[in-house]
Ligand binder design. Structure first.
Ligand code: MBD
Ligand code: FE
Length: 306
């Protein structure tokens, strides 16, 4: 037994000490990350004050539930999508609506209805829109009984559940497509999103000299029997952050077109009584390769084996 260590001896000891096999993959990944951090601290001469302020920052981040904001802002969420796209390409799984990151603000269990829904509570300021279209397979066939979750921010760029000032499930709904695979919903066009102005995320972005803005967007989780569940977002055209998203999540094929509609005819059941903006959009789902790909699950639900 020897308890005096050099840098290399300590690193080796940390990375190899064990009383059981543990999990081989967890051991390999943590060895790599610990080694990289040891080297970073040494090469950059990280001081104890710097190290402990970073640990305090991490604790704050976790306490505030903002880890998912940091993963998005540092590009990890988009990285996973790029790697998934590359793997799909190699496997010949191409076509359909492109995936886009889920983000940290999904909430399961939104009120559900057949074919149509209203997302806003009638109090949100802004431009009324109806987004509508068909959920299809790659063969173009409409998918009846597909399940579509839609969620977006309010006029202050805030999401219900995370913003206590909003009612439960405000601007969040689930829609089941009708026999022709159609869906439609009414809401108010959201503005962009900005990270909370104070706190650990704002501190890091200030230190990096970066902004924390996302262009206006609407999130979707879409699933159907035998199809691959799609997580995506569409963007509202004209936003100044469209090509400068802090989460690197906007995609070329996902900027919608806005149509001005003068007459509410045909939209009365959504409570529309005057001019509105129509957003036509079809979702195209790939075939599922494995059955569990069809489950209507968010990223964490999937990871935890729901
Ligand atoms: C959002 O609204 C969002 O969609 C992402 C990806 C990160 C932070 C806020
Ligand atoms: Fe969002």
């Amino acid at each position: 037994m020897k308890n005096e260590f050099t840098f290399d001896e300590l690193l080796n000891r940390v990375n190899t000490v064990k009383v059981a096999e543990g999990n081989e993959r967890v051991r390999a990944l943590s060895q790599r990350i610990i080694t990289d951090l040891f080297k970073t601290i040494d090469e950059f001469k990280v001081t104890p004050d710097e190290f402990w302020s970073a640990i305090n920052w991490l604790n704050q981040l976790g306490q505030l539930g903002q880890t998912g904001l940091i993963t998005a802002g540092l590009g990890f969420d988009r990285l996973l999508d790029i790697l998934a796209d590359e793997a799909d390409q190699k496997a010949g799984l191409v076509g359909g609506t492109p995936r886009a990151i889920e983000g940290p603000l999904y909430v399961a269990g939104a009120p559900s209805s057949k074919y149509e829904a209203r997302l806003d509570d009638g109090k949100m300021a802004g431009e009324t829109y109806v987004m509508e279209g068909v959920v299809r397979g790659l063969d173009g066939q409409p998918l009846a009984n597909a399940s579509l979750d839609a969620w977006h921010a309010n006029e202050h760029g805030m999401y219900s559940h995370f913003d206590p000032s909003q009612a439960e499930y405000n601007l969040r709904r689930n829609i089941t497509t009708d026999e022709q695979g159609r869906y439609r919903f009414r809401s108010v066009i959201p503005p962009g999103y900005a990270i909370p102005p104070t706190g650990p995320v704002a501190e890091l972005f200030a230190a990096l000299g970066r902004h924390g803005n996302r262009p206006a967007h609407i999130h979707f989780l879409v699933s159907a029997e035998g199809k691959r569940t799609l997580t995506t977002q569409v963007n509202i055209p004209g936003d100044s952050f469209l090509d400068d998203d802090f989460a690197f999540a906007t995609r070329d094929g996902l900027v919608v077109t806005l149509e001005k509609v003068a007459s509410p005819a045909g939209y009365e059941s959504l409570g529309i009584s005057g001019p509105f903006t129509r957003i036509p959009f079809d979702f195209v789902l790939q075939n599922a390769v494995q059955a569990d790909e069809s489950k209507h699950l968010s990223r964490v639900e999937r990871a935890l084996g729901a």
